[in-house]
Design a protein around this ligand. Structure first.
Ligand code: ADP
Length: 403
């Protein structure tokens, strides 16, 4: 079975074609700057073979998708003989609210429900839905399409973990609560860690930290999420590239007043101008933060220290949430998988939990599956490259086969 996985962003479309007989990736690519001024381009790669870049006018997601299908069936660069080679399509979808606790086969009713959720992700949801509708138009109803939600894995949180301490009617009326995101990644990390540790899902307890541009951390008990750091939107929790994570909500009216900013501008302030970028005044990229702090830049050092401290605080909180029974702390995402200095600093801060790093394994380790804690460490610490696309492809296959 060949499965196409799509991740439609507001101006981008990422794709990957899997052959599910061995879960290999046949081709992958990225369409950039869809609908924006300037040059739009597609970068397309056949695994282990050629890579091409095509520049052309791409005004919307439907056009982007037909261009991708053209490349995928191209006699020179393609990996499919015709469109009928696509057996199922999996879509990454930001928000499933409480309606979707698992991935779902898409029909017209599901699309209409998703349209009601646009206010939960005004940037991402229209693009996610656009990708689904474009596929329905081009491939027709006979090719199964599956929506895989960033929120679904977190739907097992207990009420006391997901409810905000504001008037309860806000939850009842508007669905204001913690939903959590990066769920597909946390689910993959949970399954992979269980496999590696030789445990069944219902006996594994983990703390999984996905740290890329966006960062989130999840407490997993018996294979299920019991708490996670992101909230109603992906803004709450850890310090991120450009997002503030946790702060006193009273900062908003205070700054709104001081700076004369409206609610939309404050939202942008916290989402786009804060985090590592806001503190350092330099960059949202952890590699730049390292370079600057090593040159003696004190604000870059502060940004790094805050990132590590917030992460360690959450690990401590989730250790308690899990009753002190943690099989492993897992680092993933661009930072978690590649940044040995960050991992070392975090483990140092966590020494109170009996965590001991094996420097000889950790130092220089990038993008690999490994246990980086020493044998005497009370909690095992692992790095696991996450694979959200594979998780989406597996769910798509499962549902397309009616399982
Ligand atoms: P996204 O959340 O957009 O998927 P990634 O998971 O690719 O992002 O993570 C991107 C971040 O990973 C970059 O902003 C950068 O800070 C960090 N990163 C990547 N490689 C390294 C590295 N070698 N050392 C430190 N940080 C890194």
């Amino acid at each position: 079975m060949k499965v196409l996985v799509l991740n439609s962003g507001s101006s981008s479309l990422k794709y990957r074609v899997f052959d599910m007989t061995d879960e290999s990736v046949l081709a992958s690519g990225l369409v950039e700057r869809i609908g924006l001024t300037g040059i739009q381009q597609i970068t397309h790669e056949r695994t282990g073979a050629d890579k091409v870049t095509v520049e052309k006018d791409i005004p919307n997601h439907k056009q982007a998708l037909s261009d991708v299908f053209e490349l995928l069936t191209d006699s020179e660069h393609g990996v499919l003989t015709s469109l009928s080679d696509v057996h199922a399509v999996g879509h990454r979808v930001l928000h499933g609210k409480e309606a979707f606790k698992d991935s779902v086969l898409v029909d017209r009713d599901v699309v209409s429900t998703l349209k009601d959720f646009v206010e939960m992700g005004p940037l991402h949801m229209p693009a996610n839905i656009g990708g689904i509708e474009a596929c329905l138009e081009i491939l027709g109803d006979s090719v199964p399409q599956v929506a895989v939600f960033d929120t679904a894995f977190h739907q097992t949180m207990p009420e006391y973990a997901y409810t905000y301490a504001i008037p309860y009617e806000m939850y009842e009326k508007y669905g204001v609560r913690r939903y959590g995101f990066h769920g597909t990644s946390h689910k993959y990390l949970t399954q992979r860690a269980a496999e590696i540790l030789g445990k069944s899902l219902d006996e594994i307890n983990l703390i999984t930290a996905h740290m890329g541009n966006g960062c989130s951390i999840t407490a997993v008990e018996k294979g299920k999420c019991i708490d996670t750091s992101m909230g109603l939107t992906p803004l709450e929790g850890l310090v991120m590239g450009t997002r503030s994570g946790d702060l006193d909500p009273a900062v908003l009216p205070f700054l709104g007043d001081k700076l004369g900013l409206g609610l939309a501008e404050l939202d942008e302030f916290l989402n786009k101008k804060s985090g590592l970028l806001g503190i350092s005044g330099l960059s949202n990229d952890m590699r730049d933060i390292h370079r600057a702090r090593k040159e003696g830049n004190s604000r870059a050092q502060l940004a790094f220290d805050m990132f590590v401290y917030r992460l360690a605080k959450y690990v401590g909180a989730y250790y308690v949430a899990l009753g002190g029974k943690v099989d492993a702390l897992v680092f993933a995402g661009g930072i978690g998988e590649n940044d040995d200095e960050l991992r070392a600093a975090a483990c140092e801060k966590l020494s109170g939990l009996g965590i001991v790093l094996d420097e000889s394994v950790n130092t220089g380790l990038r993008g690999k599956e490994a246990t980086i804690s020493a044998s005497e460490s009370k909690i095992r610490v692992m790095t696991l490259p996450t694979n959200e696309e594979l998780m989406i492809a597996r769910d798509t296959k499962r549902l397309a086969e009616g399982k």
